[in-house]
Design a binder for this molecule. Structure first.
Ligand code: FMN
Length: 371
């Protein structure tokens, strides 16, 4: 992949610069609580062991049934994927992560360049900070770098209980020319955060109203604790167009917030809940049982293309990775390129060795057995 699409302030050295790096074209970024939190999240997710302790995504409970004589030319395998009316190069999603600081902007630019090159879908991190300070919208806006990608705006659903409504959501979507808005549901994370917003009362009704008013589809997403079949059903009935289960087994937000704790009780609270949640594989099975056709994203602990393929075989249309993309983006453009190439090669190899010509065929054949 070349870096020609990246603007002058996109990092092209091996490490993403830290937030204090001066940059003439950077937005006027003064420290706010939300911005400080964003910087903490990147630092902690890069440095510390913040994956779930004992719980796994559950995909390890399934084994592939190898096909020794595929009736395929591997080089004709087609990874193209349809999602919410868009055609993607493959079923990979760069999951929602960041924005709001100069470092975050540079990470978003790098992720967007690779998304544009491979026609991947991409989400940005929570844009709450851009409502607080509209001058920060540019730290999320990657359209100059990725004019053609399927791009998802992002906001915590709980903000609908803290003065945010249709106007703010419209601004977030318009600011990115986004194809959909992700509303993330993160009750556990808010409980562990020192500054957490914990009034979740009546949110489903507000989500329903927003779904009726917003001109783009809304995707309901967790952040690593999973969405059950029953909750997916209620969200879909409220008008949500797609579900991202973001199940347990990968990045543990209880652990991340525990690292930011301001006192020993908060720290321990986060550690106690390190493994809380519904494993990703379990969410997929549950959601597909109750909603066979809803556009479905798998994420939470996915770390290679074989796991991407397993998640698709269990019913996902799109598969998201967050932390692996963050790590690669902060290493170099080459590392990011290599990560995508490897994921695509692994996925293609699974398709070939299960005699599937497309990702969707994984769902029509008996390719997995449960241990
Ligand atoms: C640094 C970082 C920041 C994140 N910020 C957001 C966010 O603002 N909004 C959101 O919906 N999810 C956010 N997430 C959660 C991811 O989108 C994903 O659901 C979760 O990390 C599980 O995926 P993983 O195990 O592949 O990391 C963030 C993840 C990371 C690593």
């Amino acid at each position: 992949m070349t870096s020609t699409a990246a603007p002058a302030n996109t990092p092209n050295t091996t490490n993403a610069p830290n937030a204090s790096t001066s940059n003439s074209s950077a937005p006027n970024i003064g420290p706010t609580t939300t911005q400080a939190r964003k910087a903490d999240h990147i630092r902690i997710c890069l440095q510390d062991n913040i994956e779930c302790r004992d719980v796994t995504h559950g995909l390890d409970r399934y084994r592939w049934i190898h096909h020794c004589l595929p009736d395929l030319n591997r080089d004709e395998i087609d990874l193209k994927t349809q999602f919410l009316g868009q055609t993607l190069g493959s079923p990979l999603l760069i999951s929602s992560m960041t924005g709001g600081t100069e470092q975050a902007q540079q990470i978003n630019y790098r992720l967007a360049a690779v998304a544009q090159h491979y026609n991947l879908a991409m989400g940005v991190g929570s844009q709450r900070v851009a409502v607080e300070n509209p001058g920060l919208m540019g730290t999320f806006d990657v359209r100059a770098i990725a004019p053609n990608i399927t791009l998802f705006a992002n906001l915590g659903a709980v903000q609908l209980n803290y003065t945010y409504g249709i106007d703010e959501c419209r601004r977030l979507v318009d600011g990115l020319q986004a194809n959909a808005l992700i509303l993330h549901l993160n009750p556990l994370q808010e409980c562990i955060q020192p500054e957490g917003d914990v009034n979740f009362k009546g949110l489903l009704h507000k989500i329903e109203r927003l779904c009726a008013q917003l001109p783009v589809p809304i995707i309901a997403k967790e952040v690593g604790n999973g969405i059950s079949g029953a909750m997916a059903q209620r969200l879909i009935a409220a008008g949500v167009a797609a579900i991202d289960v973001a199940g347990a087994g990968g990045t543990s937000w209880a652990k991340v917030e525990s690292e930011r704790a301001e006192n020993p009780i908060q720290r321990q609270l986060g550690l106690t809940f390190a493994d809380w949640g519904i494993p990703t594989a379990e969410c997929l099975v549950q959601v597909r049982e109750v909603a066979p056709t809803v556009p479905l994203i798998a994420s939470g602990g996915i770390r290679n293309g074989v796991e991407v393929a397993k998640a698709i075989a269990l019913g996902a249309d799109l598969v998201g990775l967050a932390r692996p993309f963050l790590q690669a983006a902060c290493e170099s453009e080459a590392a990011l390129d290599q990560l995508v190439e490897l994921l695509l090669a692994e996925l293609t190899t699974v398709l070939f060795c299960t005699n599937c010509a497309t990702p969707a065929e994984l769902q029509t054949r008996s390719v997995l057995r449960q241990d």
